[in-house]
Design a protein around this ligand. Structure first.
Ligand code: NAI
Ligand code: 1HS
Length: 251
């Protein structure tokens, strides 16, 4: 397949690297034009330059003014936004009794507030045109408890139910809202943070044993699910939580 997103404009937060950029590549293959938003505008522009008809934008998803500026620029450059991928996220490690207020608030700001601010920026245009698709990034950590990831699990759990709530408000108005819930993707910045070099073989084996498929994910595993959810093939799919986790949450 190569034209499932033909002519659509897709904005991806955190799109310069990792799963976000892999998703951008898959969307471009399907004919989309990409608007990549990331913390560092030069990185976003360099990644966008690898894709046809695409542009990069600086924007911290926690910053209301920066989100307004970035999405105004995208609308000026492309005229409309058909798809939004709320991919930007951070992870952190602490059980609740050891988490700091600063760490907790940062986790909520990037993952939860970031999803809110980017969604709020695109929704008026999508509602006016009566069409659009939003894909939020949850995680297996939004569905089950992961040891030592208190604030991350809380943030991803919030994104999971934000997805259902958004679907309730907007599905009847032409805007579908879904979430992908990836399992561990080892090769990205976050994956390396999760499976850091200080992780002993026993802990690593324990993590891997949670995946019945016998491996961790690849960025493209997640990207293909996002393409489907953005595409018209998913016309009857909204409010869904798409586990892309090698069966991790099935057992
Ligand atoms: P990554 O750390 O490799 O890439 C994240 C990208 O987001 C980077 O380009 C970074 O600069 C950008 N970013 C971070 N904070 C930002 C902010 N405040 N504003 C704008 N951009 C920001 O992460 P990865 O692995 O690609 O993860 C992407 C998404 O997938 C995240 O939401 C993550 O929680 C989720 N996920 C990742 C899994 C994994 O094992 N890697 C598993 C499950 C979910
Ligand atoms: C960081 C990402 O959202 C994955 S959390 C899952 C950790 S584990 O189940 O692979 O130990």
């Amino acid at each position: 397949m190569a034209d499932r997103l033909n002519g659509k404009v897709v904005a991806i937060t955190g799109g310069a690297a990792g799963i976000g950029f892999s998703t951008a590549e898959a969307c471009a293959r399907e004919g989309a034009k990409l608007a990549l938003i990331d913390l560092n505008g030069a990185d976003a522009e360099a990644s966008a330059a690898k894709l046809k008809d695409s542009k990069g934008y600086a924007g911290n998803v926690t910053d209301e003014a920066a989100m307004t500026t970035a999405f105004d620029a995208i609308l000026k450059d492309f005229g409309q936004i058909d798809g939004l991928v709320n991919n930007a996220g951070i992870a952190g490690f602490a059980p609740m009794h050891e988490e700091t207020l600063e760490g907790w608030e940062r986790m909520m700001a990037v993952n939860v507030t970031g999803t809110f601010l980017a969604s709020r920026a695109v929704l008026p245009g999508m509602l006016e045109r009566g069409t659009g698709a939003i894909v939020n990034f949850g995680s297996v950590a939004g569905m089950v408890g992961i040891p030592t990831m208190a604030s991350y699990c809380a943030a991803k759990g919030a994104i999971v139910n934000m997805t259902r709530q958004m679907a309730a408000d907007y599905s009847g108005k032409g805007v579908r809202v879904n979430a992908v819930n990836p399992g561990t993707v080892a090769s990205t910045g976050m994956g390396k943070q999760l499976l850091g070099s200080d992780m002993d073989p026993e802990t690593l084996a324990k993590r891997l044993s949670k995946y019945p498929i016998g491996r961790f994910g690849e960025p493209k595993d997640i990207a293909e699910a996002v393409v489907f959810l953005l595409s018209d093939q998913a016309a009857f799919v909204t409010g869904s939580l798409f586990a892309v986790d090698g069966g991790m949450t099935a057992i």
